[in-house]
Write a protein of this length. Structure first.
Length: 219
């Protein structure tokens, strides 16, 4: 198998360094670059043209879920594998729905990460056993909330980005500057988001964002 070109995306520089060190030991993998959040990853993809993006799920500014949606839409030939500390099925399902082909727990061995990368590039899906079990249990127990997830799918990509920034505590002015939009447009999108999700206040938005992997409960 030819060498697989990989882009590392995580907001913790120490983890990126550790991953690079571990994966550099594999003759079949080449780390072509790094990014600190989803927005930077999207910018670097055009320049680096990786075959696969190894992506954290919860990052500031633009998290892994929405970044994956954008990457898979704009670059369908690029594979995405999530590397996350979250084992709950909601995160796994959200990642797969966004287009990720793999989901690895951050406590996995280097050999498992390498196997996931090779499997996904060869056209397969890969889930760490530790996250696969909750997903299977959720499916068998009919605990996957299809209607709730569908509401998120009704939002545009821009609205999902705004949603993440809102629940991170950014003001309308800050979001407008980041996305090169007017404050009035941001406020309009915010109202639309809350209406479509059926949520009336910020705490409700935060709980929704945590449940769907936009932000971490620890943030």
């Amino acid at each position: 198998m030819p060498v697989i070109r990989v882009l590392l995306v995580d907001d913790h520089a120490i983890l990126r360094t550790a991953l690079r060190y571990l994966l550099d030991e594999s003759p079949g993998i080449e780390i072509v670059g790094e990014a600190g959040d989803g927005r930077e990853a999207i910018e670097r993809i055009a320049q680096l043209r990786p075959q696969l993006v190894l992506m954290d799920i919860t990052m500031p500014n633009l998290g892994g879920i929405e970044a994956t949606r954008i990457i898979r839409t704009d670059h369908p030939d690029i594979h995405v594998v999530m590397l996350s500390m979250h084992k709950h099925e909601d995160y796994v399902i959200a990642a797969l729905r966004a287009g990720a082909a793999g989901y690895i727990y951050k406590g996995s061995s280097p050999q498992e990460i390498e196997l996931a990368i090779e499997s996904v590039v060869s056209g397969q899906h890969f889930l760490s056993p530790i996250v696969l079990q909750p997903v299977v249990e959720a499916y068998l127990g009919r605990r996957i909330e299809q209607q709730d997830v569908g509401a998120l799918d009704q939002l545009t990509s821009r609205q999902r980005q705004i949603l993440q920034l809102v629940v991170e505590g950014r003001s309308s002015k800050e979001i407008a500057e980041m996305l090169d939009m007017s404050v009035r447009a941001i406020d309009a999108h915010r109202a639309t988001i809350m209406e479509r999700l059926g949520i009336r206040n910020l705490p409700g938005l935060v709980r929704y964002a945590i449940r769907h992997g936009l932000i971490s409960a620890e943030e």
